[in-house]
Design a protein around this ligand. Structure first.
Ligand code: FAD
Length: 477
């Protein structure tokens, strides 16, 4: 006999598990079906983000940053650490512990909120009266059938593959393989200078690999404000030592037993590069395999995304979709906010997700973060603006941290002074960008931010100073 629920969520990533918890909190009987298993074959909630994305990548970034600091920065503090060694297996074990701990935390929250935790692949099978039928299979065997009044599809995304070059996660790696390399490769190639390519390239570079990043676009970080992107390019090539080649035309790639040869064209010249490992990070595609979209007539667009309206409702009654599998930025926090909003909408509330104020972060060293419009976008849209910039070079806290490098740029409307964008590169800007998010959500003016007392000494003083600069009142500029 099938189990009946008010809400069945398919996918237990940051979109799905958050939607399930919120739905349960609102009084709905809720189940979450998730297919992810950890390398030991055990169910592991948290989706791409926890298992092979945001969290493990940040764990490895921190380990590699520590190793780099021991080698290059500790001496300046008067600390000598001779013969520092990197134990990659231990680093990976630490990363895996973090995943296991957090996945267990989600399972605990499911129990606490009475969300039924169903492991397996969820497939939409059709309608029975006013209920949707979701069949759950594990290793091809039907283990459950759930009836749901509402279904929330949160099946996420998968790495885009290069045509004719499937990843094997031995030599040609996607994010999963890039986060699990058993040893540091001598020569690492990365195709794609996006967020994932830059973060993964940084990890293995700091651990000793020779890293070459090949990017098809002639512009570095085209989505970012170009002043910040240019500074990032300089720092990542000069200080981090990443060899980033822009405007590359990838040709034939030949995989051997011990490595890979990438033929490419750069500035009209043919180049043949040999790598021990190759990370392919050319974006991600929506994941709907096994969902049963065709069976029930769930509408997908030409790129495979589930089509939704502004409220995340699909073309089918009471079937919603959120996160990476629908339009919009592929970010964990966007997925979670949509999950909350859908659960609340099912409950008859009127939630809102502000797509204009979603923060972006790249966790390189220094970090890069932004929210709102770039200077290029404002120019293209003909919006008159003013800007204020300030640097970390003379900031006392940044100097103490030994990370006195980077810039904050604030953009505000020339007429109303309302903050339109905040762009930064520097230490811990992943945290500082929230100041811009909060300000923009409260429709603050640059003067508001400039008149708010900021703690001293703190990195946030640079944001304060950028706001003062926008008002031509900079004190340290
Ligand atoms: P997912 O997290 O992909 O979860 C989908 C889940 O659904 C998976 O567990 C999958 O197994 C399951 N599933 C799929 N189909 C079915 C089915 N039919 N039945 C049952 N289960 C199914 N974003 C950030 O915001 N910050 C970061 O720092 C960041 N770093 C990243 C680093 C890397 C290396 C990668 C790859 C991604 C990163 N992202 C980051 C992106 C982030 O991981 C995604 O935006 C986020 O995970 C999307 O959440 P989601 O819930 O939509 O889907």
């Amino acid at each position: 006999m099938s189990q009946q629920f008010d809400v069945v969520v398919i996918g237990g990533g940051p979109g799905g598990y958050v939607a399930a918890i919120r739905a349960a909190q609102l009084g709905f009987s809720t189940a979450c079906v998730d297919a992810t298993k950890n390398p030991e074959g055990k169910p592991s909630l948290g989706g791409t983000c926890l298992n092979v994305g945001c969290i493990p990548s940040k764990a490895l970034l921190q380990s590699s940053e520590n190793f780099h600091a021991v080698q290059h920065d500790f001496q300046k503090h008067g600390i000598s650490v001779d013969g520092a060694q990197m134990d990659v297996a231990k680093m990976l074990a630490r990363k895996n512990d973090i995943i296991t701990k957090n996945a267990g935390g989600i399972a605990f929250l499911f129990k606490k909120n009475k969300v039924a935790n169903v492991h397996g692949l969820g497939s939409l099978k059709g309608r029975q009266g006013d209920k949707w039928l979701v069949e759950v299979t594990d290793n091809g065997v039907v283990v459950d059938t759930l009836e749901a009044t509402h279904v929330i599809v949160a099946t996420g995304s998968s790495p885009r593959q290069l045509p004719g070059l499937p990843t094997d996660n031995q030599i040609v790696l996607d994010n999963e393989g890039a986060l699990a390399l058993a040893e540091v490769p001598a020569r690492l190639g990365v195709i794609g200078a996006g967020v994932i390519g830059l973060e993964m390239g940084s990890v293995w570079k700091r651990l000793g690999a020779d890293v070459t990043i090949l990017e098809a676009m002639p512009t570095f970080l085209a989505a970012a404000d170009q002043q910040i992107a240019k500074e990032a390019f300089k720092t990542l090539t000069k200080d981090t030592g990443l060899d980033i080649k822009l405007g590359v035309k990838i040709g034939e790639i030949v995989k051997g037993d011990k490595g890979v040869t990438v033929n490419y064209e750069l500035n009209g010249e043919a180049v043949k590069a040999e790598f021990d490992k190759l990370i392919v990070s050319i974006g991600r595609v929506p994941h709907t395999a096994g969902l049963g979209a065709e069976t029930v007539g769930l509408q997908l667009d030409e790129r495979g995304f589930v089509v939704v309206d502004d409220h995340c409702l699909t073309n089918l009654p009471n079937v919603w979709a959120i996160g990476d599998v629908v339009r919009g930025p592929m970010l964990a926090h966007k997925a979670s906010e949509e999950g909350v909003a859908v659960a609340e909408r099912i409950a008859g509330q009127k939630p809102h997700v502000d797509f204009g104020v979603i923060p972006w972060v790249i966790y390189t060293s220094p970090e890069i973060a932004w929210v709102g419009k770039t200077e290029e976008q404002l120019k293209a849209e003909g919006i008159e603006y003013k800007k204020g910039t300030s640097g970390f070079a003379a900031n006392g806290r940044a100097l103490g941290l030994g990370q006195a490098q980077g810039t904050v740029k604030l953009l505000a409307c020339a007429k109303t002074d309302r903050i339109l964008g905040l762009h930064m590169i520097g230490p811990m800007v992943s945290e500082l960008v929230t100041e811009g998010v909060v300000s923009m959500e409260f429709k603050a003016a640059s003067e508001d931010l400039a008149r708010i007392v900021h703690a001293h000494p703190s990195l946030s003083e640079v944001v304060h100073e950028a706001a003062l600069a926008a008002d031509k009142r900079a004190l340290h500029g």
